[in-house]
Design a protein around this ligand. Structure first.
Ligand SMILES: CC(C)(COP(=O)(O)OP(=O)(O)OC[C@H]1O[C@@H](n2cnc3c(N)ncnc32)[C@H](O)[C@@H]1OP(=O)(O)O)[C@@H](O)C(=O)NCCC(=O)NCCS
Length: 297
């Protein structure tokens, strides 16, 4: 009997993902040794656009990718995953090309893993920085307690965010991130376990969220005027959880990385910040300490 020959993998249809795909997205993460993170997928699929390829063997998804648009000036790309059994057969390359076409020329930004970087380089992305993932339990430092006492000796007061802080957070975020993230920031109170702001003389000088990922608590986004404010926010968020912390800090923030290392956080992995279609990331990198997640830029 004649059986139709299987469709080549690079011809499989690409479809939009929705919240109904949460569990299969998490299964794919697990397949590649990433945390399942259904909670994070829920946020990403509601605020961003998910793309997927159904596995021809009927076992869930063969591949995913996610874009988070911040208007015409910037789109972040993340969650590019291909199931191990379909690796090295051109699926990621095809999915990325599709996503780049769908974005119609919007500048793109992403954090590349070591496995992903050669593909992005091939597609014309360039590296503009490195980020370090640090994790562990934060030991009490010379800045414990609240208000936190920064290494400079000055005190930085932080407190839980209130509903009417959102406008000031969006303003501060716009100068640091360089693109409007209102659609993400408005979701933070429901998404995070804790949202904390730092104030000085009644002015908002930083904010950070703490959210659950498996057995860890992730700090991000972390936007702060300077290292002291960033450290105060991390310290005060750490005091609200029993879980070990995790955050991705850009290499340029050596002082913060040094202080976190002194307090017991260890380097877990590194990624490369890459962009396409712009000479550099917008915003103020000195005030951008950690992303919400690597997938959101
Ligand atoms: C990275 C990943 C998405 C690649 O998927 P894939 O479908 O196997 O990739 P492709 O077959 O389309 O390969 C495209 C190119 O990427 C590079 N590449 C793919 N896998 C690689 C690996 N394990 N090591 C180094 N380079 C790799 C190669 O340059 C390859 O081109 P080539 O096969 O012509 O040499 C996949 O390995 C994966 O899901 N890894 C785990 C999650 C991850 O790190 N995602 C990237 C997030 S930034």
């Amino acid at each position: 009997m004649h059986r139709p020959s299987p469709r080549p993998l690079v011809d499989l249809p690409i479809r939009r993902l929705n919240r109904g795909d949460l569990v299969t997205c998490a299964d794919l993460c697990e397949d590649r040794g990433w945390p399942r993170d259904e909670h994070r997928w829920g946020l990403l699929l509601s605020a961003g656009t998910g793309y997927g390829i159904d596995a021809p063997d009927g076992r869930g998804l063969a591949a995913t990718c996610l874009t988070m648009s911040y208007g015409p000036g910037l789109t972040a790309v993340g969650m590019l995953l291909v199931a191990g059994r379909y690796a090295r057969q051109g699926i990621a390359r095809r999915l990325m090309r599709h996503v780049m076409e769908a974005e119609e020329g919007a500048p793109l930004a992403l954090y590349a893993t070591e496995q992903g970087q050669p593909l992005y380089e091939d597609l014309g992305f360039s590296a503009v920085g490195r980020a370090e993932r640090v994790g562990g339990r934060l030991a009490a430092g010379n800045c414990g307690g609240s208000p936190s006492v920064a290494s400079s000796g000055s005190s930085v007061a932080t407190r839980p965010a209130a509903a009417d802080d959102l406008q000031a957070m969006v303003r501060l975020d716009l100068t640091a991130f360089g693109a409007d993230r209102t659609h993400l920031l408005a979701r933070l109170p429901a998404f995070s376990d804790r949202l904390q702001v730092a104030e000085e003389h009644g002015e908002l000088v930083g904010y950070a969220a703490l959210w659950p990922s498996g057995s860890t608590a992730v700090v991000g986004p972390l936007i702060a005027r300077d290292t002291d404010v960033a450290q105060a926010l991390i310290t005060d968020l750490a005091a609200t959880t029993d879980r070990p912390l995790r955050l991705d800090v850009e290499d340029r923030h050596k002082e913060l990385l040094g202080r976190l290392a002194e307090r017991g956080l260890e380097s877990v992995s590194r990624t490369t910040v890459m962009i396409y279609g712009i000479p550099d990331l917008p915003g103020d990198a000195l005030r951008r300490f950690a992303p919400l997640t690597l997938a959101t830029g």
